[in-house]
Design a binder for this molecule. Structure first.
Ligand SMILES: Nc1ncnc2c1ncn2[C@@H]1O[C@H](COP(=O)(O)OP(=O)(O)OP(=O)(O)O)[C@@H](O)[C@H]1O
Ligand SMILES: [Mg+2]
Length: 243
């Protein structure tokens, strides 16, 4: 077998004039190989995460529209907005230390998706998997699994939803919930929390509306282990941009 020294000698000989090799000693070569191994396994983990997102939704975990939403580009003029920003940042910072979820409740265009995506984008950068999905989209995915020739099964879809590090359910209460929706949501929240994985929720409903829609059983779980409730009660940012 060739020694590391031989390999380096041969590589040197094969290199064009003026090119400095990445390593000059056996130790450096070993370190380089180890580093390549680490990069390869990170790539693999990343590919697995992407495959899971693709399988669940046919897209990556955060919609294109919210890819640029960060804490840094969230304008917080009002004290309540600053407080929401601070809480969202701190949630992202503490992620993984508990399984408390978050509920962002408030009117249209107040930045619930913006701050949820900012949390998600930060977690993605730290190698976590994140999925933000609207309830209507999610219910459509479940309905698709009941059809003949479906690509995935209901239990597989449920498994995938329960495996992502952070799942954010968007637009809760937008469509009138049917019984099946309640059952699916309860199962998602219950299964995720029992495996200590948090759920985020975005809604226009207030606490009373959320409890009526999701029942006390779900709301009780959502507020476990330091779950966070933030009211987004300021005017729409969309209107502001137009004006
Ligand atoms: N304070 C803010 N600073 C910068 N951009 C903001 C702010 N609030 C909202 N936006 C932007 O305005 C748009 C609408 O915000 P977003 O989608 O987060 O609202 P929302 O609360 O989810 O509304 P809805 O209830 O209608 O879904 C987004 O493009 C978002 O990036
Ligand atoms: Mg929204």
């Amino acid at each position: 077998m060739m020694s590391a020294y031989d390999v380096i000698k041969r590589l040197r000989a094969a290199m064009p004039e003026g090119v400095t090799p990445k390593f000059t000693t056996g130790e450096e070569l070993m370190a380089w190989q180890k580093e390549q191994g680490r990069i390869d396994s990170e790539r693999l983990a990343e590919a697995n995460r992407l495959t899971r997102m693709q399988r669940v939704l046919g897209r990556s975990g955060i919609q294109e529209l919210h890819r640029e939403c960060r804490f840094g580009n969230y304008k917080a003029d009002m004290p309540a907005q600053q407080e929401a920003l601070r809480k969202a940042k701190s949630y992202a910072g503490k992620f993984g230390t508990g399984f408390g979820g978050f509920i962002f409740s408030g009117g249209c265009g107040t930045g619930k998706n913006h701050l949820a995506a900012a949390i998600g984008n930060e977690l993605l950068e730290n190698g976590k998997s994140v999925l933000i999905v609207t309830i209507p989209d999610l219910m459509m995915k479940f309905r698709e699994t009941y059809q003949d020739g479906a690509k995935t099964t209901e239990s597989k879809l449920m498994d995938d939803l329960c495996k992502v590090d952070l799942l954010v359910l968007d637009d809760i209460g937008v469509q009138r919930g049917n019984t099946n929706e309640g059952v699916v949501l309860f199962q998602i929240v219950d299964r995720r929390l029992s495996s200590k994985r948090p759920v985020g929720m975005l809604t226009n409903l207030d606490a009373k509306g959320m409890t009526e829609l999701l029942t006390v059983r779900i709301m009780d779980r959502m507020t476990m282990d330091g779950g966070l409730w933030v009211n987004f009660d300021w005017p729409s940012y969309r209107r502001k941009v137009v004006a």
